[in-house]
Design a protein around this ligand. Structure first.
Ligand code: GUN
Length: 283
């Protein structure tokens, strides 16, 4: 049986550690780190994610404010709010929940957030910092994956790491972080030929596809570490990942469950980025 990589417990432990750091920060500087979260529209999944972020902030001592804008908000109105928050010294981190309604250009929005407050690390300037390995903010989900590997003593160095998915949020930055830890990285995607031949070579396999139970046991090498970034909802309402957990777990050395794997870590890394942003604001 594989080692179960427990993201819930790891995230709880990391939040306890962070709470102590934030208490010390507030004592020294007289203010708490502040995060502003903006959600546009009423996408139910986004609403849950935002509520999780609010609760997590409250649990560690970050002062969070959520702006809930209607789904028909004009782009300029959203940009004006972001500019106002950019200029507000009590706001250290700004997060605009994605996806956005179609009348709003995501690229313009992300480019408007001050790079110093971009706790998602989605601004092109921060993406560039990640590429050259000189960064303040790490993208939350890939950073959560790296923290899990670290906490479970799973070394990346020299390993063949295969990432399935090439999104800006997960696949691409994940590949960069694995590379930085001296992994040999392959990025696979929807046009990859002979996908299973490649995934079967993976010592560390990261699935960020967005398709339920996509990674089956025949695609996994015996003894591999399998990290499941997917959160998919089945027709009966249950959550499942991109990995067919029950069959893959029999072959893997270690595996993350869904829920309770990477998901809770994403929020925890956001909280760490917010403290980093507050510290940077003092410089
Ligand atoms: N939507 C899905 N994941 C994310 C994330 O990590 N950050 C933001 N802002 N929106 C998301």
């Amino acid at each position: 049986m594989a080692i179960l990589i427990d993201g819930k417990a790891t995230s709880f432990a990391m939040k306890e550690e962070l709470k102590v750091k934030i208490e010390a920060f507030e004592k020294e500087n007289g203010f708490a780190p502040g995060l502003s979260v903006i959600i546009v529209g009423d996408d139910p999944a986004s609403a849950v994610y935002v509520r999780n972020k609010e609760n997590a902030c409250a649990a560690v001592g970050i002062k969070s404010t959520t702006y809930r804008l209607p789904g028909d908000t004009a782009e300029e109105e959203l940009l004006a709010l972001i500019r106002r928050l950019n200029a507000d010294v009590s706001v250290h981190g700004i997060l605009v929940q994605l996806p956005l309604p179609k009348q709003i250009c995501e690229e313009t929005v992300l480019a408007t957030i001050s790079p110093n407050k971009d706790v998602d690390a989605f601004h092109a300037q921060n993406v560039g910092h990640i590429m050259i390995g000189n960064y303040h903010f790490l993208p939350c989900t890939p950073a959560g994956v790296m923290a899990l590997l670290d906490r479970y003593d799973i070394s990346v160095e020299g390993k063949h790491c295969v990432v399935i998915g090439r999104s800006n949020i997960v696949g691409k930055p994940q590949a960069m972080l694995l590379l930085e830890k001296n992994g040999t990285v392959t990025i696979c995607h929807s046009r990859t030929k002979n996908l299973a031949d490649i995934t079967r070579q993976a010592d560390i396999l990261v699935a960020a596809v967005g398709r339920a139970n996509f990674v089956t046991a025949d695609m996994v090498k015996e003894g591999a570490t399998v990290i499941d970034v997917g959160i998919n909802r089945l027709p009966d309402g249950t959550l499942c990942g991109d990995v067919a957990f029950n069959e893959v777990e029999k072959k893997a050395y270690a595996i993350t469950p869904v829920p309770g794997g990477v998901g809770p870590m994403t929020v925890t890394m956001l909280l760490y980025n917010t403290l980093t942003a507050a510290k940077e604001s003092l410089k």
